[in-house]
Design a protein around this ligand. Structure first.
Ligand code: GLC
Length: 743
C-alpha cells in the first residue's frame, strides 16, 4: 500500500511538472507570436513604465478618482507604454486595459508600492521580520494581493530584500533587518503570498525583489550612496535573499540606485546578467528604480540620455521606470549599432512573459464585485492586529508588565493617541480603514483604566507639570517615545539616532516621582535609547505597527497576548557605533566588554567612549515567563548537523520561545563572522513544560565564498543553541572530509 501511495505521488508530481512545462511552452509560444507582430515603436513602448505621478502623490491626491486624460488612453491604445505607475482604482484599471486591448492588444502592468499596506495597513517590514513567522508573512502578502487588485494594481514593488547593517539608513525600515536568512525567508514567503501558486488566478499579483543588490551597505548609511565590497561579502551576505526570491519564482527584480564597486546597479551586467540570469536562472523581467536610468548621467558614467539608455539596456534593465531615455533614444542607438535588435527583443520577451504568466492577456480587466467578495475587511484587520502583536519586542520588564487588572494608568505623549503615527513609511496613507487603532484605543478596548494626557510631543513642547499631575494620579505611567514614521524610509538617512526633544526629561520626571514607567518606543529603525532603557521599568519596541497597531501593542501590554517578537537588528548604545551587527567578523585584536573595561580594553577593536556591542542584540526579546536551556548538544549525522536542547518554561505563563542556532567557523581561509544564524524554531511552551528541540541544518550551509567559489571545508566549528545572538553555552563540532564530501 505504502509503495502504491509513493507511486501515485510520484505520478502526480510528474504530471504537475509536465503541466508546468506545457504551460511554460505555451507562454513562450504566445510571447513569440506577440513579439512578431509588434512595430519597433510598440516594442520600445513595452520597455517604458509611464508615471501618472509618484505613488505618494497619487495616494494623497488619489488621482484614481479623477477621469483619465483621453490623450493618455489614446497613447495606451497605441502601445506607448508597457506599464504605468501612480494610477489607482478599478475603473481606471479597466479603462486602461480596454484601451490597450482594443489597440495594441497588449495589457499593461499597473504597479504600486504595496509594501506593507494596500487598504489595510500592516506593520512595517522591519517589524514584521521580528515575528520570525513564515506563515504570517505569507498570509499578510496574500491578503494584500487581493486588496491591491481591488485598488487597481496588478504588480507590487515588494519584497525589499536589502540586508541592512546600518541603522542610520532610513530604508532599514522596509526590509528584514541585518540577517540574510531571515530576510530571505520573509521575502520568499511574501512572494508566495503575493503571487500564489498560480499568479493568473485573478487573486494574486506580480511581486518584485528589490533593490538588487547591496543597497543597505551604502557608505555612511546614506541613501543612494556608493557601495564597495568584496565578492565574498556580496555572495555570502547580500545575494542570498535574492537567490531565495528567484527560487520562490519572483516575477520581477528591481536594481538599486547606487553604484556597486564603481558600476551603477542600473547598468551592472555582472549583477544583472552574469549572476541574476546566468547563475540564478532568473527569467522574469527587470525594471529600473524611479528614473534611475537617467540618473546614470549624474553618476557620471553617461554623457546623455542616449548613453544612459545604451548602458542600462545592455547592462540588463528591461523596463525603464518613469524616465524616457529608452523611448527617446534607442531607435538611433540601433541605427548606430550601439544596441542590437536582439537585445531589445529579449527585453520585450521578458516583459511579455511576465504579462502572460500573470494572466493579463486572458483576463485583462478586473471584476470589482468578485474582488470585493474575496476581501474580508474584518479578517484583514484581525490579521493586522495579530501582526502588531507578533512584531513588537519586549526589551525590558522589571515587573511593570503585563498591566495588572484595575491598575490606574496615565498614558502620555502625542504618539499614544495618534492613529496616523501607527502607519509607516510605505503605508497607503489611507485612513479610511482605521478603527480605533491608537494605543489609547487599544488600552481602553482591553479594559484598562487609562487617563490620557498628551503632556509632550516627541520633538516639541514638554509640559512637566502635566506629566507630574498625571503620574501622581496614577499607579503606572505608560509613555510613547521614539520618532515619527516620516523620519524613516526612503530619503531619511539619519546621523542622530538618539531620542530627540525633551523625551528624556519626561522619563526622568516620572522616575523622580517613584512611579513605574512603561516606555513604548515607536519608529522605523533601531534607535539609541540607552538613557530610556536605564530609566524605564519596562521597554517595548513597537516600531510602526500599522493600522491596527494600537490594539496589537495593547494586547501584549495587558497580557491578552504573550510577547512574541525577537529583534532582527541590533540596538546600538550610540549612533557612532553604527554600522552595528551581530555577525561582525573576528579581528586580530577582538575586544571584550568587562567590568574593568566597560567599553573594551585599549588596543583592541573597540571605542573609548561607548560599548561597541549591542544594547539589545539580534534575536533578543523577552516573554512574561522564564525559559531555561539545558542539555545543548550538536552531532553530525550524514549530510546534516543536528543541534538540540531541552527548553523549559520555568515560569507561570505560556511562552512561544524562538530557539536559535548560531555557528562560527573556527579556522578558515578568510576571516569569518563571530556568529552566524543557521537555523531557528518556534516552540510553544505551557507553564512548567519542557520540550526537546531539534534543529537540523544541512552541511552545505556551513560554507563560504572565496574567489567566486563557495565551498564547505573540513574543520572545527563553535556552535550555540540559544535565545539570542549574544547568549548560549559554547558547543563544538567537527566536519570531517567525509562529512563535507557527503553533502
Ligand atoms: C522609489 C524606491 C522604490 C520604489 C519606486 C517606485 O524611489 O526606491 O523602492 O519601488 O520608487 O515608487
Amino acid at each position: 500500500m505504502k509503495n502504491m501511495c509513493a507511486a501515485v505521488c510520484a505520478l502526480a508530481a510528474l504530471c504537475a511538472a509536465v503541466r508546468c512545462g506545457a504551460a511554460q511552452t505555451d507562454v513562450e509560444r504566445r510571447v513569440e507570436e506577440t513579439l512578431s507582430r509588434l512595430t519597433f515603436e510598440q516594442k520600445l513602448g513595452q520597455l517604458w513604465q509611464f508615471s501618472g505621478g509618484h505613488p505618494s502623490e497619487a495616494a494623497s491626491s488619489d488621482r484614481s478618482k479623477g477621469a483619465l486624460d483621453p490623450k493618455f488612453l489614446e497613447a495606451v491604445g497605441a502601445g506607448r507604454y508597457g506599464s504605468v505607475i501612480g494610477k489607482r482604482g478599478v475603473s481606471n484599471y479597466n479603462a486602461i486595459q480596454r484601451a490597450a486591448m482594443e489597440g495594441v492588444g497588449i495589457p499593461l502592468l499597473i504597479g504600486h508600492d504595496m509594501i506593507h499596506s494596500a487598504t489595510t495597513t500592516y506593520p512595517i517590514p522591519l517589524a514584521m521580520a521580528c515575528a520570525w513567522d513564515e506563515s504570517l508573512w505569507e498570509r499578510t502578502a496574500s491578503a494584500m494581493a487581493v486588496e491591491s487588485l481591488a485598488l487597481g494594481c496588478n504588480w507590487t514593488f515588494t519584497p525589499m530584500l536589502d540586508v541592512a547593517l546600518d541603522a542610520r539608513w532610513g530604508r532599514i525600515a522596509e526590509g528584514g533587518g541585518c540577517e540574510p536568512l531571515v530576510t530571505g525567508l520573509m521575502g520568499a514567503a511574501m512572494i508566495r503570498g503575493f503571487q500564489g501558486s498560480d499568479m493568473a488566478d485573478g487573486l494574486h499579483i506580480a511581486a518584485c525583489a528589490k533593490h538588487y543588490v547591496s543597497y543597505g551597505a551604502s557608505f555612511g548609511g546614506r541613501d543612494y550612496n556608493a557601495v564597495e565590497m568584496s565578492d565574498s561579502t556580496l555572495r555570502d551576505v547580500y545575494l542570498p535573499p535574492f537567490k531565495m526570491a528567484v527560487d520562490a519564482g519572483v516575477a520581477t527584480v528591481m536594481p538599486a540606485f547606487h553604484s556597486f564597486n564603481g558600476v551603477p546597479c542600473s547598468m551592472n551586467s555582472y549583477l544583472l546578467r552574469d549572476i541574476l540570469r546566468g547563475e540564478f536562472g532568473f527569467d522574469g523581467m527587470t525594471i529600473s528604480d524611479w528614473a534611475a536610468v537617467r540618473e546614470l548621467i549624474r553618476h557620471g558614467v553617461a554623457a546623455d540620455k542616449a548613453d544612459a539608455a545604451v548602458l542600462a539596456l545592455n547592462g540588463g534593465i528591461d523596463m525603464e521606470m518613469v524616465s524616457d531615455c529608452y523611448v527617446e533614444t534607442l531607435k538611433s542607438a540601433v541605427e548606430r549599432g550601439r544596441v542590437t535588435m536582439k537585445t531589445i527583443d529579449d527585453a520585450v520577451r521578458n516583459i511579455l512573459r511576465v504579462k502572460f504568466r500573470l494572466g493579463l492577456f486572458d483576463r485583462p480587466t478586473l471584476d470589482a464585485d468578485a474582488l470585493a467578495k474575496a476581501i474580508d475587511p474584518a479578517a484583514n484587520r484581525a490579521l493586522a492586529r495579530e501582526c502588531a502583536r507578533k512584531s513588537c519586542v519586549l526589551l525590558k520588564n522589571d515587573g511593570a508588565l503585563p498591566l495588572k487588572k484595575g491598575v490606574k494608568v496615565a498614558l502620555l505623549g502625542d504618539l499614544s493617541a495618534s492613529d496616523w503615527q501607527m502607519l509607516g513609511c510605505w503605508s497607503t496613507r489611507d485612513l479610511s480603514n482605521f478603527e480605533n487603532a491608537t494605543l489609547l484605543d487599544g488600552l481602553k478596548a482591553d479594559g484598562v483604566d487609562v487617563n490620557y494626557v498628551e503632556a509632550y510631543t516627541l520633538t516639541g513642547r514638554v509640559d512637566l507639570a502635566a506629566v507630574e499631575a498625571a503620574a501622581l494620579a496614577a499607579d503606572v505611567v505608560v509613555a510613547a517615545f521614539g520618532d515619527y514614521w516620516e523620519n524613516s524610509g526612503e530619503g531619511n538617512s539619519s546621523a542622530i539616532l538618539e531620542l530627540k526633544g525633551g523625551q528624556m526629561k519626561v522619563a526622568e520626571k516620572v522616575k523622580s516621582l517613584g512611579k513605574p514607567l512603561v516606555a513604548v518606543v515607536f519608529g522605523g529603525r533601531p534607535m539609541a535609547f540607552l538613557g530610556l532603557a536605564k530609566t524605564a521599568d519596562a521597554l517595548v519596541m513597537a516600531w510602526n505597527p500599522g493600522g491596527c497597531g494600537g490594539w496589537g501593542i495593547a494586547d501584549v501590554m495587558t497580557g491578552l497576548a504573550e510577547p512574541w517578537g525577537r529583534l532582527t537588528v541590533d540596538m546600538p548604545y550610540a549612533t557612532g557605533t553604527c554600522p552595528l551587527y551581530y555577525s561582525r567578523t573576528t579581528t586580530g585584536r577582538p575586544a571584550a566588554i568587562t567590568a574593568e573595561h566597560p567599553f573594551g580594553k585599549r588596543y583592541t577593536s573597540c571605542y573609548n567612549d561607548a560599548p561597541f556591542v549591542a544594547l539589545y542584540p539580534f534575536g533578543y526579546g523577552l516573554t512574561y515567563t522564564s525559559v531555561k536551556y539545558s542539555g545543548e548538544k550538536v552531532a553530525v549525522e550524514g549530510g546534516e548537523v543536528v543541534f538540540s536542547a531541552d527548553v523549559a518554561n520555568t515560569g507561570a505563563r505560556e511562552a512561544n520561545e524562538l530557539v536559535q542556532v548560531y555557528v562560527r567557523d573556527e579556522v578558515a581561509r578568510i576571516v569569518r563572522p563571530r556568529r552566524e544564524l543557521k537555523g531557528f524554531k518556534r516552540v510553544a511552551l505551557r507553564a512548567g513544560e519542557t520540550k526537546h528541540v531539534e534543529i537540523r541544518v544541512p552541511v552545505s550551509s556551513f560554507g563560504y565564498t572565496l574567489n567566486g567559489v563557495r565551498a564547505v571545508e573540513p574543520g572545527w566549528f563553535t556552535a550555540w543553541v540559544a535565545p539570542d545572538s549574544d547568549s548560549g553555552r559554547r558547543l563544538r563540532f567537527e566536519l570531517s572530509a567525509a562529512d563535507v564530501a557527503s553533502r
